[in-house]
Design a protein around this ligand. Sequence first.
Ligand SMILES: NC(=O)c1ccc[n+]([C@@H]2O[C@H](COP(=O)([O-])OP(=O)(O)OC[C@H]3O[C@@H](n4cnc5c(N)ncnc54)[C@H](O)[C@@H]3O)[C@@H](O)[C@H]2O)c1
Length: 197
Amino acid sequence: MERWAGRVAVVTGASSGIGAAIAAELTKKGIKVVGLDPRFEGVQQLSKSQESATGKLYAVKCDVSNEAEVLTAFKWVKDNLGGVDILINNAGVAYDTSLTGGPTEELKKMLDVNVLGLSVCTKQAFQSMKERGVDDGHIIHINRLDSLKSLSFALNINYFAFVLCKLSGILIGAQLLEMHFPVIRANAGRHLLSLVS
Ligand SMILES: NC(=O)c1ccc[n+]([C@@H]2O[C@H](COP(=O)([O-])OP(=O)(O)OC[C@H]3O[C@@H](n4cnc5c(N)ncnc54)[C@H](O)[C@@H]3O)[C@@H](O)[C@H]2O)c1
């Protein structure tokens, strides 16, 4: 990990849970971490607890389902830190919305955050890497492995819409890998490629 010290990582959904843990760990490794979250006060608090770390955690208010906010956030990263070397697409929402029932609003929210938000952040990070000639960038989608490994989970009617979103994330990873490996490494893509081949 030492070779990443001084580089820039964006972590979406960094105010709690897995995103907060990843942001804190990367900061400890000397990385400049930008935590995007609508609840950015949580990222600010986390940043204070990381003051002795060799890296630094920056809090930026951003709802990834709002494209204008994502563009502003990535512009902030460019203006203040130069650009993005690592993107962790972690932000996610989950409702137990089935295909045949439940509010459409919940399905829309999941698609907006888990698929569209992930895609817009990926595009911005990729453009940032490309324009700076980064050849070792990482784009990582935090996913749910049992949505890949177990068809019975994928077909779980209560979480059908959530799994649909997570499988979309894997497809996006696979497409990135196909088009741009080894410039960009996207996780879970290889799993999918081996599943469909
Ligand atoms: N916890 C689990 O068991 C589990 C299992 C498999 C996968 N995951 C995945 O891991 C990721 C994180 O899960 P978690 O359990 O830490 O969840 P969490 O609810 O604790 O954290 C989600 C974070 O995303 C942020 N967020 C929500 N909407 C956002 C938006 N529109 N824009 C930016 N940030 C937003 C929240 O503020 C929060 O900080 C998700 O993608 C989830 O699907 C979690």
